[in-house]
Design a protein around this ligand. Sequence first.
Ligand code: GLU
Length: 290
Amino acid sequence: MSRVVTRFAPSPTGRLHLGHAFAALQAHDLARAAGGGFLLRIEDIDGTRSREGFVAGIAEDLAWLGLTWDGPVLRQSTRLDVYDAALAGLRDNGLLYPCFCTRADIAASVSAPHHGPDGLVYPGTCRHLPAGEAAARIEAGMPHAWRLATDRAVAITGPLDWSDALAGPQRADPAAFGNVVLARKDAPASYHLAVTIDDAAQGITDVVRGRDLMRATDIHRLLQALLGLPTPRYRHHPLLLGPDGTRLAKRNGAPALADLRAAGEDGEALADALRAGRLPIGFTIASAYL
Ligand code: GLU
């Protein structure tokens, strides 16, 4: 069996909070218990939301919790050429099409919105644009995204399965997402594309992340099949919930690790408490899928 390698892959769009600590600990401890590697990846491809100022804080927070990681930190913003090459391959195989719709166009074009795991399912407006018209718009510099013709892709790959260490065997249902965006003008690779490529590039054997990303794995499994990448084992852990019973987020006042650190809290003691299930007052671990 290959050496276990896990990763923590935050997006630097805010300061880390207790939910991040809970997730990072699980990925770290799974690898360390097996004598394996734990890697850190900064998912900073979304230029509109990522902030350089948050990147240094991530390493400081993890170190404060007593976590160590191996090797250099991978920054997704340095790998755009790799994502571009994958997009070109998918495009050459007729699996991508350009989409010129704005959010407002999409909202206006659907009378009965259909929601998938990632939100509104794209109604397919640009899928049927004549090729010449699409090419002319690109030529004219019109902003566009590249969408995956998910149903065509599924027709090529056939049924796909993956396995979750906690939830058991899963049959992927990528079609439920509709034609997902794989690249946009302001984010040259989507989360789904970059995470799938980088988990393979970094040799991740076990993807440990929150259950909120459970269904996203269906799309990642499809991309693995299309790009000829291996399928790791998955472990989607239950989420930490705040006193209001919802998953932690900046917007509902989840305390930032940096604030706890500044207040003189002991990070390693906090990590041990989370490991032992001793949560701050009012916090719970979700029993159901959220
Ligand atoms: N960058 C993603 C996030 O911060 C996590 C990606 C993953 O673990 O797959 O939500």
